[in-house]
Design a protein around this ligand. Structure first.
Ligand SMILES: Nc1nc2c(ncn2[C@@H]2O[C@H](COP(=O)(O)OP(=O)(O)OP(=O)(O)O)[C@@H](O)[C@H]2O)c(=O)[nH]1
Length: 846
């Protein structure tokens, strides 16, 4: 697949988020003398143009972004410059001359290759308020940067910084972005005046990342509590992944007990099991994932950044073929690479006692290790080649976004260790397995953030919650309201409720408790025994669900006045429509609670729902896009409001729980028949956009996209890998497709005539927007967008270089495509508006 083109479709709005609103693109020509603002963006400049010095005393703003500048000699002559944009150039040495721009208030110098900033620059910039230095190669900040006393905004994300001590003393600093650096300890003094702080993607120890994502309030509260007492703990999130029956549970349980534990087939993992294991001062939070495909759709709920992954591979069923490697090894490595690219993976070969001889084992180990090596090298080479291709193009500055993206991917560092052979039946092998894990997990080169500094009170609160459970002051199911927890806890000490909340947030993030305070209907529910919640999850998401429904006892049905006939409908609806009735869910959950000895009518209502209130479990399933609410009675809603681009559409009543209704689990659908019927035929006049995913569309992505999109539009039809929905007059189809072995998601809108075309493009944008939200969870992905030529059989296409700006910024107009019609490389011509979104769009980003 050719991955780039040379069309600039939409005027680039170069900055997103905070800065965008401040940034006004000046459209003045470079030769217009006497102007105060000059725009030289995207002109392939290698040196500053002569016209820049015209009337130099008057110039206050210069835009030089997206050029090929390495130096800006002479820039200091523009003595009255207040805003300078040098972003997306090729600057390696920070231009010392900038120190003479005493009037400078705003400086963009992000996306260059700057490695070092000399001293004596920032003390001279006493008016500088806004400084964007992100995406460079900085290893340290100059120690005198804190003399830049007017600075209110600083962005140094995506560099290689190890500490921020130099920033202490910037009294006016409010917004600080330090994401994706190499920071471990943050100075407390930094947080006195900040109003915005982002630090994800650092190996943080003090405060740990789980505290930082809680925001400034949590960070300040952490430092306050740290003053009383502190301790350093080592903890590792350890995930056991691999195909079904590979030996994950055996490894996990044997690691815990430190001797071989036999796992019966009847005792197979359903969903996930969590275990906390303490070994030689290291706390392992072990997550044992079930291997059956049915459970993959819930993995995203639990898989978190940076983990130690044990990948179990059954060597007795491994057979040296590429298919076998894909099934047992590369499927999992690709998934981890896309989802949690910072992880460390230890492949473990199990069942070696069942292999015919040592030679067979050695051969398989060699095969896996070398194919793994090839896989990782191939990926690195592909990224390098793509980068080379972009750099070798006529104008590389046009592709700076793509190059940054590639650089970001290359910086990710998935580490795959050598395959370890473990005979799970032998005590000495289990001992060796344990020693190996301890060695690898505590190796700071593998997991730099294993150590963390915590205030003593954090561990005290965790211990106290366990005591409350043991003393029955918290019910055994572990669900307690936040206010009860605050009351119980506070009555025993003089703890500030905000500090306690901050600790609870931390415990939630490390997986010790579950508290989704961001889901409005769940913000009062704290689950201090996550295992119970997971058991309930497993009551519904399981491989043998049909059997579970069929096994519901007759008395249970009678008690709820349900006929056998209804039960049959539940089974057929589930098998044919992947739709599970809420009443069936309620019965299955109750059965699970009974098993746990927690059978209390009130709890069932709380968990599943009652009257018009959906329960916590349903909220969670829908929040995590595992299922979508489905009106069994009427699939088509004739009262669907018309889609209006300028107005955000709100579901009439999204929170209503209806026992007669049902939930749809799209991944269980077998075909696309309904979707095909509702969509009808593809037409040449359809709007048609392809969004390509490299290396592939991640497993579970399309399922989530269906839930995310269809639950937004009440009139929808869902199939295995296609869905279609109607909003007002616009009918839209979204499906997965493979073209020349490249995977893409196709979006099609039926042409509704001249007046409706803007609305159709809006629909395309809505879906692209949802894909953008989703792709955040797969940071290892690269994407490309284009419109295929509409002529039948033609393989040409029209690339979208600025698609991200269009989707995210929500505004833009066609800047360079002036023609009413466009012609593809094979000579076919079509109206431009059918190829690109050419009009003006409203700027609301829903
Ligand atoms: N002989 C032998 N049997 C093993 C070994 N490792 C695991 N088993 C057995 O293989 C079967 C499957 O092991 P599990 O640990 O349940 O596998 P799993 O990967 O957790 O399986 P799921 O829960 O289905 O995903 C069990 O009967 C284990 O006792 C091994 O090294 N040798």
């Amino acid at each position: 697949m050719e991955v780039y083109g040379n069309l600039s479709v939409i005027a680039t709005c170069p900055f997103m988020g905070v800065e965008r609103s401040d940034y006004v693109l000046s459209c003045l020509g470079p030769n217009e003398q006497g102007k105060r603002e000059k725009d030289y963006a995207e002109r392939k400049l290698k040196t500053l143009p002569k016209s820049i010095w015209d009337n130099n005393k008057n110039v206050t703003k210069i835009d030089l972004q997206k050029n090929r500048l390495k130096h800006v000699h002479g820039i200091s002559q523009l003595a009255n410059l207040a805003e300078l944009n040098l972003s997306r150039n090729e600057i390696v040495d920070f231009p010392q001359e900038i120190r003479d721009l005493h009037q400078l208030k705003t400086l963009y110098i992000n996306q260059n290759n700057i490695k070092c900033i000399p001293l004596d620059v920032f003390p001279s910039l006493q008016n500088l308020q806004f400084l964007k230095l992100s995406t460079n190669r900085l290893v340290e900040l100059p120690s005198d940067i804190n003399q830049c006393q007017s600075l209110t905004y600083l962005n140094v994300s995506n560099n290689c910084l190890k500490d921020l001590q130099a920033l202490v003393g910037l009294a006016k600093l409010q917004d600080l972005y330090v994401e994706k650096n190499r920071l471990t300890d943050l100075p407390e003094e930094l947080f006195e005046n900040l109003t915005m702080f982002k630090a994800t993607g650092n190996p943080l120890r003090k405060p740990p990342e789980e505290v930082c994502v809680g925001g400034l309030k949590d960070i300040r509260s952490y430092f306050t509590m740290l003053r009383d007492s502190s301790s350093t703990i080592k903890s590792v999130k350890t995930m056991f992944l691999g195909s079904s029956m590979a030996g994950k549970s055996t490894l996990c349980r044997s690691f815990d007990k430190c001797h071989p534990v036999k796992v019966d087939e009847a005792d197979r993992t359903v969903g996930i099991e969590i275990k906390e294991v303490e070994k030689r001062g290291v706390r392992f939070l072990c997550w044992d994932f079930a291997g059956q495909e049915e459970y993959y759709i819930t993995h995203h709920v639990f898989i978190t950044p940076q983990a130690f992954v044990i990948l179990a591979i059954d060597l007795s069923s491994y057979d040296l073929t590429d298919e076998s490697f894909k099934e047992h090894v590369s499927f999992w490595i690709s998934n981890i690479q896309l989802r949690v690219p910072d992880s460390v993976v230890l492949p473990v070969g199990t069942h070696i006692d069942l292999c015919p001889d040592k030679m067979d084992i050695d051969q398989k180990k060699k095969d896996i290790d070398s194919k793994l090596q090839c896989m990782l090298t191939e990926r690195e080479e592909t990224l390098q080649q793509l980068n080379k291709k972009l750099q070798g193009s006529d104008d590389p500055s046009l592709y700076s976004d793509q190059m940054d993206e590639l650089r970001r991917l290359r910086d990710y560092n998935l580490k795959v260790l050598d395959l370890l052979l473990v005979d799970c039946t032998k005590p000495e092998d289990i001992q060796m397995f344990q020693d190996h894990i301890l060695r690898e997990a505590t190796n700071k080169e593998n997991l730099p953030s294993i150590e963390r500094t915590l205030p003593g009170i954090y561990q005290e609160v965790e211990g106290e919650i366990q005591d409350l459970l043991q003393n029955d002051e918290i019910p055994q199911h572990g669900r307690v309201t936040l206010s009860d927890l605050l009351n119980i806890h506070i009555s025993q000490g003089d703890m500030n409720p905000e500090n306690l909340k901050c600790i609870l947030r931390y415990l939630h993030r490390i997986g010790v408790i579950v508290w989704y305070e961001d889901i409005p209907s769940l913000k009062e529910d704290v689950f201090v025994k996550p295992s119970v919640l997971i058991s309930l999850f497993k009551a519904i998401i399981r491989h043998d669900l049909v059997k579970q429904i069929q096994d519901i006892p007759k008395q249970e049905l009678c008690r709820r006045r349900i006929l056998n006939k209804h039960r049959e409908t539940w089974v057929t609806d589930y098998v044919e429509k992947a739709t599970l009735h809420n009443m069936a869910i309620s019965i299955l959950v109750q059965k699970e609670l009974k098993k746990l000895d927690l059978d209390d009518e009130d709890i069932v209502d709380e968990i599943v729902g009652k009257g018009s209130r959906p329960g916590s479990l349903m909220c969670l399933l829908q929040h995590f896009e595992v299922c979508l609410p489905a009106k069994i009675a009427s699939q088509l809603n004739p009262e669907a409001p018309e889609f209006r681009p300028s107005r955000r559409w709100v579901h009439p009543n999204p929170d209503v729980y209806d026992p007669d209704s049902a939930c749809m689990f799209p991944s269980y659908l077998k075909n696309n028949d309904t979707v095909l019927k509702m969509w009808g035929e593809d037409k040449l006049s359809d709007l048609n956009v392809h969004r390509y995913f490299s290396p592939e569309i991640p497993y579970g992505f399309f399922h989530r996209l269906i839930v995310k999109t269809c639950s937004f539009y009440p009139v929808h039809w869902v199939g295995k890998d296609q869905c279609c929905f109607r909003s007002g007059n616009t009918l839209t189809l979204v499906k997965t497709k493979t073209v020349n072995e490249d995977q893409c998601i196709e979006i099609r809108c039926k042409d509704q005539g001249q007046d409706e075309i803007q609305k159709s493009w809006q629909m395309v944008r809505e879906i692209m927007n949802r894909m953008d939200e989703l792709t955040q969870e797969w940071p290892g992905l690269v994407q490309y967008v284009h419109t295929p030529c509409k002529e039948h059989g033609c393989s040409a296409y029209f690339p979208w270089r600025d698609w991200k700006d269009w989707v995210c910024a929500g505004s833009g107009k066609n800047s360079s495509v002036q023609e009413e019609k466009m012609t593809c490389n094979n000579g076919h011509t079509r109206r431009t508006e059918l190829i690109y979104p050419t009009g003006l769009f409203s700027s609301d980003c829903t």
